[in-house]
Ligand binder design. Structure first.
Ligand code: CP
Ligand code: NVA
Length: 323
């Protein structure tokens, strides 16, 4: 759970110029270095020493194929607070919309900006961007992974629950970007996770294989079960995401039939959790579907607003380390 023999300076150098596509490409020490930097930058932010100009004169391109509130705001404010300039470009605004190839577009990005934050429909798009860009590419969400969210989430868990071997119950869609990235992150850091989901919404095989391999070295215990009550009963953290993610709207009816009522986080389900559990959600939430108002608005257990603010602090840590 703590940095190993590499010095902080080594890690800083290691991360400079790197892509963050899945978190699998980072070592546990590199992930912990990002988390440590986030603690440092959040402390500074709270003390109002907000401005560091380490990225003065640099530009960050926000390449977004899907809507975003938190990720977009976090990276735009983070870049500005470090002295960098951001350019927001949805794909419809670029010549891509008229048929220019992604590889040609990526080569242009490399010549003009210092980093790309990309939110894409298909994970292969962010991989292709990374292949043709010689600047860091940060995955701001794809259909398969949401690495900046998982970094934020684990930072938030350590901040609120302490830096120790935590047990996370992820309830709902196990095959979703947020669950995949949280599994990768937890399995690298030695944290435990139980995913409770319907059998047809299990984590994707290609992600599961990586996670199992990570568990062999880290000692994490990550399991998939069907019963949410068993998952929450010894959980430090109860986590959920929407049942219908962006791009899956055509499956809405079928998904709701599979998830409801069994996988909703409601008063009845959390009454089976330990007294000191915390509730987390990447947001945006579909209140009344995956979570009820009384759970998400419960001031004693819900930490979703701390989690959402922490996206900004983690975005600052990421830009600081990689750009
Ligand atoms: N959690 C998250 O990524 O939120 P946005 O979709 O608003 O960016
Ligand atoms: N799983 C959700 C996450 C949104 C931040 C989606 O992909 O829509």
């Amino acid at each position: 759970m703590f940095l190993d023999t590499l010095t902080y300076g080594d890690l800083l150098m290691n991360l400079n110029g790197r892509d963050i596509l899945t978190l699998q490409e980072l070592s546990s020490s590199e992930i912990l270095a990002l988390i440590d930097k986030c603690f440092e930058l959040k402390r500074e932010w709270i003390e109002r020493k907000r401005c560091r100009k380490e990225l003065e004169g640099k530009s960050v391109l926000m390449f977004f194929e899907k809507p975003s509130t938190r990720t977009r705001l976090a990276f735009e404010v983070a870049a500005a607070s470090l002295g960098a300039h951001t350019i927001y470009a949805s794909t419809v605004d670029l010549q891509l919309a008229r048929g220019e190839t992604l590889s040609d577009t990526a080569r242009v990005f490399s010549k003009m900006v210092d980093c790309v934050v990309a939110r894409v429909k298909s994970h292969s798009t962010v991989e292709e961007l990374a292949k043709y860009c010689d600047i860091p590419v940060i995955n701001g969400l794809s259909d398969l992974h949401h690495p900046t969210q998982a970094l934020t989430d684990v930072f938030t868990m350590f901040e609120v629950k302490g830096r120790r071997r935590l047990k996370i119950a992820f309830i709902g869609d196990g095959g979703v970007n947020t669950c995949h990235s949280l599994m990768v992150c937890c399995s690298k850091l030695g944290l435990d996770m139980t995913i409770a989901c319907p059998p047809q919404f299990k984590p994707r095989d290609e992600v599961w294989r990586l996670v199992m391999k990570n568990c062999e070295s880290s000692g994490s215990k990550i399991e998939v079960i069907e019963d949410p009550v068993i998952a929450v009963r010894d959980a430090d953290v109860i986590y959920t995401d929407v049942f219908v993610s962006m791009g899956f709207e055509h499956e809405r009816e079928e998904r709701l039939r599979s998830f409801l009522p069994k996988y909703q986080i409601n008063k009845e389900l959390v009454s089976r959790a330990p007294e000191d559990y915390v509730f987390m959600h990447c947001l945006p939430a579909k209140r009344g579907e995956e979570v009820t108002d009384e759970v998400i608005d419960d001031p004693k257990h819900s930490i979703v607003w701390i989690q959402s603010e922490n996206k900004l602090h983690m975005a600052r840590a990421i830009l600081y380390m990689v750009v």
